[in-house]
Design a protein around this ligand. Structure first.
Ligand SMILES: C[S@@+](CC[C@H](N)C(=O)[O-])C[C@H]1O[C@@H](n2cnc3c(N)ncnc32)[C@H](O)[C@@H]1O
Length: 220
């Protein structure tokens, strides 16, 4: 896809250089989650701990922070890391090296390769990085559903606009991130997210904290 294509997935992952990944946990999980997005990182850790299984696929892995701090239900879980950016894959794989994860590089807005089936899939802070309308970007759920076992859990969180409460610095930073293509969430709202989940999954639960929607659901 051309770089100027508004539906190109290149920009949403391009920022994750080794240097940026070194500052990610402090800036995003330490500062932004608390002061800007108003979703304490502890809530995201709890989301992981409620939903992870011993046969887990993580998509959009970043630094691997949540995988490192998760309470795995088994001492030798089968973990696959999937990301478009090789730096993220390397950082996350190193972070949880003792768990011996498998890494797969690819674009979640394309059909996934033959992997799985998995019992849980995490997509934390991925949707707001993906281009397109909520209806376009949530096509990732169709790709992910293909690699989920019956009854498997899908969960994650995403930063919304729409009616989501945002303080002034959060609005300004989000505008900047959208101008730079780091975020593409200008038209993302909770109603569209709910519709996308309900049309594909069962036992859908969405909780909001600040401008973050935390969601979890299951494949029937
Ligand atoms: C904001 S980070 C989230 C990291 C981690 N999940 C967290 O919550 O801290 C977004 C991650 O999604 C990856 N990503 C962005 N677009 C992607 C795409 N189209 N397909 C797969 N991964 C993508 C980025 O490379 C990056 O590792």
């Amino acid at each position: 896809m051309a770089e100027s294509d508004p539906l190109s997935t290149r920009q949403g992952q391009a920022i994750y250089s080794p240097l940026v990944l070194k500052t990610y946990d402090l800036w995003v999980l330490g500062v932004s989650n608390h002061l800007l997005w108003r979703c304490p990182t502890a809530k995201l850790r709890a989301l992981y701990n409620r939903n992870i299984s011993a046969n887990h696929l993580d998509i959009g892995v970043g630094t691997g922070y949540f995988l490192k701090h998760a309470n795995w239900p088994d001492s030798e879980p089968n973990i696959t890391l999937f990301d478009l950016n090789a730096n993220s894959l390397q950082a996350a794989a190193q972070r949880i090296a003792r768990l011996n994860p498998t890494t797969v590089q690819g674009d979640v807005l394309q059909p996934l390769p033959e992997i799985g089936p998995f019992q849980s899939v995490g997509i934390c802070y991925l949707l707001h990085c993906l281009p397109g309308t909520m209806a376009q970007k949530t096509q990732l759920f169709d790709h992910i559903s293909e690699v989920m076992a019956p009854g498997a859990r899908i969960f994650g969180a995403t930063i919304l606009q729409g009616d989501a409460p945002r303080n002034w610095p959060a609005q300004k930073l989000m505008d900047l991130y959208n101008r730079r293509g780091i975020f593409s969430n200008t038209h993302d709202d909770q109603t569209a997210l709910e519709a996308a989940l309900h049309s594909r999954f069962v036992s859908v639960r969405i909780e909001t904290s600040g401008c973050v929607a935390l969601f979890e659901a299951a494949k029937s």
